[in-house]
Design a protein. Structure first.
Length: 199
C-alpha cells in the first residue's frame, strides 16, 4: 500500500503543479498530459492499473481472512492489539478511502493478475514451510484436511473476485453521485480548448 500511495502522491503533486502553471498562464493544460503517468509507456501504465487493483481488493481479503481465520490472540496485549488493528484493519480503511476519493475503477481484466498474485503468495507460504518448517498461515496446513485446504485455496480467490465486483459497484455509485455534482466548464474554458491553448 505504501508504494501505491507514494506513486499516487507523486502523480497528484505533478498534476497540481501543472494546473497551477496553467492557471498562472491563463491557459488550459494539455488534454491527456496533466500528470506523468499519462506520458509513461503503456506497459508501465498497465502495471500501475494492476497495482491499483491489488490495493483496492487485497486489503479487504487480508482483513476478512485475518479476522475470520487467524485472529486468535489478536488482543492478547497492547502491542498485539495495536499491530493487528494497524495491519489487519486500517489497511481496509485506507483502501476504502482510496476507492471513494479516487477516479479509478478496477477492471474485470485484472482478475488473472489477482489470481496470479494470490497463487504466488500461497506458493511462497509452502516454500516457507519447506525451508523453515512452519506454515505462515495455519489454515494452509494440509494435515487439517485436504478438502478444507482446497476450500481455502479456491475460496480466497473467489472472495477476491466477489470483492472486486462489490468495489466496481461502489465505484459506479460514486461516479453517478459525483458526476451530478461536478462543476461544468465555463465559457472561457471552452474558448481556450477551441483555440488549442497548451501548457
Amino acid at each position: 500500500m505504501c508504494a501505491y500511495f507514494w506513486a499516487s502522491a507523486v502523480q497528484t503533486l505533478a498534476f497540481k503543479t501543472r494546473l497551477r502553471k496553467a492557471a498562472a498562464a491563463r491557459v488550459r493544460p494539455t488534454e491527456g498530459r496533466e500528470y506523468p503517468l499519462q506520458q509513461w509507456p503503456r506497459f508501465l501504465q498497465l502495471l500501475h492499473v494492476f497495482l491499483a487493483c491489488t490495493i483496492f481488493v487485497f486489503p479487504f481479503v487480508v482483513t476478512i481472512v485475518f479476522w475470520t481465520l487467524l485472529a486468535g490472540g489478536a488482543f492478547s496485549n497492547e502491542f498485539n492489539s495495536w499491530k493487528n488493528i494497524s495491519v489487519h484493519a486500517l489497511n481496509a480503511v485506507f483502501a476504502l478511502l482510496e476507492i471513494l476519493l479516487s477516479r479509478i475503477v478496477p477492471q474485470w481484466s485484472n482478475i488473472p493478475i489477482l489470481i496470479l498474485v494470490l497463487g504466488g503468495y500461497i506458493g511462497v507460504a509452502y516454500i516457507t514451510h519447506a525451508t523453515q518448517g512452519f506454515y505462515t498461515y495455519s489454515f494452509l496446513d494440509p494435515s487439517h484436511g485436504a478438502g478444507k485446504l482446497a476450500g481455502y485455496i479456491v475460496g480466497i480467490p473467489v472472495a477476491a473476485i466477489i470483492i472486486l465486483a462489490i468495489i466496481k459497484g461502489v465505484c459506479w455509485v460514486r461516479d453517478k453521485i459525483f458526476a451530478r455534482r461536478a462543476p461544468q466548464p465555463s465559457e472561457d474554458e471552452y474558448h481556450l480548448r477551441e483555440k488549442g491553448s497548451r501548457v
